[in-house]
Design a protein around this ligand. Structure first.
Ligand code: ZN
Length: 319
């Protein structure tokens, strides 16, 4: 083979490698670069939270949406005159504070008509059983989380090495799930409508919640997202498969635009990441006085683009 042909082939191979790791439209390379920086900021802020279950003050995010969780985020309340939806139950140890936060905002526990759990881990579902008892509300979760929730088991990779403690990982009080959610199903309480989107990876059916919040005469699409999970070696996480992850990334494209991006942790909210500087404490304080910081259509798109590139790059470790 001539040297020029070899060079062309090598160039073609290099281009195809680069191409394989570029995000697909509507994401761009610029989105992926910006998203990578957001991920780095988010990790930095996350490392500042030393006690994730520590108390935090409640506040209004936007319209009828309130933060009622702990230092790490976790719990949100979407309200209406016909009843409220609580998303994320938080840690078992934080349950009294969550109730106090809800009541401090002027809402009643008995007006909560649905408790939505995004996945079966201690930080999200630890207080689910107790909150169900205190509110009388039905508990709902992605269908594949149900066997774990009903046994109080922290869902982890079925291929992980056995837990040396013999306890099978962290435990929390088991909770009976009243409704198993499948992808695209809608939870309705009075005028409130929350759509569930299932994205296996972090757990068997991690669930994100999409809904509209009206503030200042405008409607905003809010996504409470769960959860990024791309370890360096993808084979370490037994709930990640190529087929499900590709389907999840395609789903993110269809959800655009997202005006307000919320993650289970405050370290990755759009309102936190759109601030140019500050510690997590300073950023949280600023959010309480300026909720417009939450509104940003770039954050979810850029994070998605970066994660698509990251997934493609790590894919060989899954095979
Ligand atoms: Zn988790």
């Amino acid at each position: 083979m001539k040297r020029t042909s070899v060079a062309i082939l090598a160039l073609a191979a290099a281009v195809s490698v680069v191409h394989a790791q570029a995000p697909k439209a509507p994401f761009t390379r610029e989105d992926a670069e910006a998203g990578k920086k957001l991920v780095a900021t988010s990790l930095e802020l996350r490392a500042q939270i030393k006690d994730t279950a520590a108390p935090a003050d409640p506040f209004k995010i936007l319209g009828n949406l309130y933060f009622v969780g702990s230092a790490n985020g976790e719990s949100y309340l979407l309200t209406s005159p016909q009843g409220h939806i609580l998303m994320g139950a938080g840690f078992e140890a934080a349950v009294d504070r969550t109730q106090k936060n809800i009541e401090a905002l002027g809402f009643k526990m008995s007006d909560i008509k649905a408790i939505l759990l995004n996945h079966s881990h201690v930080d999200q579902s630890g207080a689910a059983a107790e909150l169900k008892r205190r509110t009388g509300a039905p508990v709902m979760a992605g269908f594949a989380e149900v066997p774990y929730l009903q046994r109080g088991i922290h869902a982890q990779s079925p291929f992980a090495p056995p837990d040396p403690s013999g306890r099978g990982g962290p435990r929390y009080p088991a909770v009976t799930v009243d409704r198993a959610l499948h992808d695209g199903e809608v939870v309705q309480v009075g005028p409130l409508k929350v759509t569930a989107y299932l994205a296996p990876g972090h757990s068997p059916s991690s669930t994100s919640w999409l809904y509209t919040v009206r503030d200042g005469g405008r409607d905003y699409r809010v996504l409470e997202f769960c959860c990024w999970e791309y370890p360096d070696d993808l084979s370490r996480q037994g709930f990640i498969t190529e087929a499900t992850t590709r389907r999840t990334i395609d789903l993110w494209r269809t959800l655009l635009p997202i005006d307000v991006y919320l993650e289970v942790g405050a370290y990755a909210w759009s309102g936190t990441l759109t601030q140019p500087s500050g510690t997590i404490t300073e950023r949280m304080a600023r959010l309480k006085t300026d909720n417009k910081l939450f509104i940003n259509r770039d954050v979810f798109r850029q994070l998605s683009a970066a994660r698509e590139v990251e997934f493609e790059a790590k894919l060989p470790t899954l095979r």
